[in-house]
Design a protein around this ligand. Structure first.
Ligand SMILES: [Zn+2]
Length: 286
């Protein structure tokens, strides 16, 4: 952790080195962009075709066909959700939180896409509406819907506290996926991956760069809406941290359910085609 211990003498040109301007690692000007207005236009007259309730401190799976939409909705009170996504045909293709962060930044909103892991690397979903878009970044550097956290898990909890807790998001997602696929928990656990932290308000402290959370600004009625670029299997956990204002990995926080709604438009967006797998040849030559 960066604590400026002053154990090492600064070089004479330290300030000059610090003032070099940063460059963006992955400029996105060449990234194919979705036609957001075409997506948003087909929402008129769409049909709600499914609704899945996610109980507090549990997770539920849901299916979204390519070309349909889904919403994650806050219903009874402020609650954070941990979202995993897989290709419905092959759970080896899963959401790649790290590359999504590298391409779109630490927190996602309307127009950003959720990318799948290597060697697939294609958009799995596109965010088409975010009722918390107004939040921006607060004075602490916090914002909502991050791809910087992982998911609360019982292994880290055991390391830090010595205790066993079985309703961390990692365990909730594992149980939900196991039930959905009819496979054992041990078998499906490796498919559970780093999440999109829906509605969670997070950032890094300015002095030590530590991951922080604070009470989510989400209120009942808020939602995050996605367009499914490919056939999706999703799993959403209603985090035991509740609104994540104090702690997670315990039954201490007040928790609420979340709702997933699936909508089918009358016709696909104009010009849209489901994206193919990444075109790299995979030769990895010398
Ligand atoms: Zn959690």
């Amino acid at each position: 952790m960066k604590r400026a211990r002053h154990e090492v003498t600064e070089p004479e040109d330290a300030d000059a080195r610090r003032t070099i301007r940063p460059v963006i690692c992955y400029p996105v000007e060449t990234l194919p962009r979705p036609d957001l207005s075409a997506y948003q236009a087909v929402r008129d007259g769409w049909d709600k075709v499914d609704e899945v309730l996610v109980p507090p401190r549990e997770a539920s799976c849901f299916h979204v066909p390519a070309g349909s939409f889904f919403r994650i909705v806050s219903i009874e009170g402020p609650q954070v959700g941990d979202l995993d996504l897989w290709s419905a045909d092959d759970v080896n293709e899963r959401f790649f939180s790290g590359k999504t962060r590298a391409l779109h930044g630490t927190h996602l909103s309307t127009g950003d896409q959720l990318w799948s892991c290597l060697p697939y690397l294609r958009p799995m979903a596109t965010i088409t509406h975010d009722t918390l878009d107004w939040y921006g970044f607060d004075a602490f550097g916090g914002s909502v819907h991050d791809v910087i956290g992982t998911r609360c898990d019982p292994y880290t909890h055991k390391l830090l506290s010595g205790h066993e807790y079985h309703h961390c998001c990692h365990s909730n997602l594992t149980r939900a996926l196991s039930e959905r696929l009819g496979r054992s928990k041990e078998d499906v656990e490796p498919a559970v991956h780093d999440v999109l932290n829906v509605f969670m308000c997070t950032g890094f402290t300015r002095d030590t760069g530590q991951y922080f959370m604070k009470a989510s600004p989400v209120r009942p009625g808020d939602y995050l809406e996605f367009f499914a670029e490919i056939d999706l299997l999703g799993a959403l956990s209603a985090c035991p941290g509740g609104d994540c204002s104090s702690e997670h990995s315990s039954d201490a926080a007040v928790c609420h359910p979340l709702l997933v709604e699936v909508y089918r438009p009358k016709a696909p967006p104009a010009g849209w085609i489901s994206p193919p797998r990444n075109g790299y040849s995979r030769r990895h030559e010398d």
